[in-house]
Design a protein around this ligand. Sequence first.
Ligand SMILES: C[S@@+](CC[C@H](N)C(=O)[O-])C[C@H]1O[C@@H](n2cnc3c(N)ncnc32)[C@H](O)[C@@H]1O
Length: 350
Amino acid sequence: MVSTVSNSKTAAKQKVFDLMLTFVKSKCLYVATRLGIFNILDNEGEQSVESLASKTDTNAERLYFILRALAHVDVLEEKPERVFAPTEVSSLLVTNKEPSAGHLAMHLIEPAQWDAWRSLPEGLKQGVVPFELANGKGVYDYCRDNEWSGDTFIKAMSFLTNSQVGGLLDAYDFSQYDTVMDVGGGQGGLISHIVKRYGCKGILFDVPYVAETAKAYIAKQGLDPDAIEIKVGDVFEEIPQGADAIVMKHFISAWNDEDALKILENCKRALPAHGRVILLQSFVPDIDEPKVEADGIMPGIFAVQINVATPGGGWRTKKQFQELFEQSGFKLEKVIKTDNSLSGMEFSKQ
Ligand SMILES: C[S@@+](CC[C@H](N)C(=O)[O-])C[C@H]1O[C@@H](n2cnc3c(N)ncnc32)[C@H](O)[C@@H]1O
């Protein structure tokens, strides 16, 4: 009995230590990714900390602490004589090839986001968005005005799309639609996949600075240049007509209920009577649902990050989304379950 109690106390203590030092792991991951350490190891193979320091113009003694810590959490492998080798984990963080988890790590842990976390206590007291408090503007405007941040954000979203879209396309048949419009569709990854697999026409709608990058991205997907029409604008002003289905992936989650209702109102105006909205999201689990998705994502944790960075309701539960859409006069037709943390809900105009 005594030893069971002390074992559980030890486990509780370990949990607290792990939680309080998790930010150190995040920071080491960020700095190593940003310095291109994983790119160098991927290109050239294992090497000493002195060699990595010289190639990244950093101090070898200080860099060693970071790389050793990353080896202790299995991101790198440390060998004798302070030599570091790449691993399966570090290969996911390479940023000089395709959009990767490295872009997502850099986006989530970049200084502007970190500053937002520093402003969290004040944001909580004032009931305002910490990112805006810290940076004087919203995250989308910040990304528009800061080239590195904007580019990293777009690639981070493309990475998420590419890694989750297969499960979605297997689970939901888009061939029932003539034209699908991706609202807030970023670089056009999702709409390219939909058009390619299901042969419908596509429209990509986003703000100008993001949509500009979409042309080149879509061209690289090997599609007929006319298969996807790119439209620019602001969802709060007007959503263009012309589609019988609107998809919104990780988009409504950035907005609070009041803003989300305005967006849904504009969706309704843009769609014909038989039109559908397909909401694509990670959904925060209800109290009796599993907290970790099949791909390891914990939506309840991620939702805090979204809530620190944007005015949004974070990633709501399915029930909360349903209530939001019903307030706008939409009716839930179907829940779409995939093999990863990206799920969906199909709504019709009533
Ligand atoms: C979180 S990202 C999601 C991108 C994409 N749907 C995905 O899942 O990869 C949100 C997108 O909404 C776009 N966006 C933000 N505000 C917008 C507005 N007012 N009108 C149109 N698009 C907007 C951003 O530029 C960005 O591409």
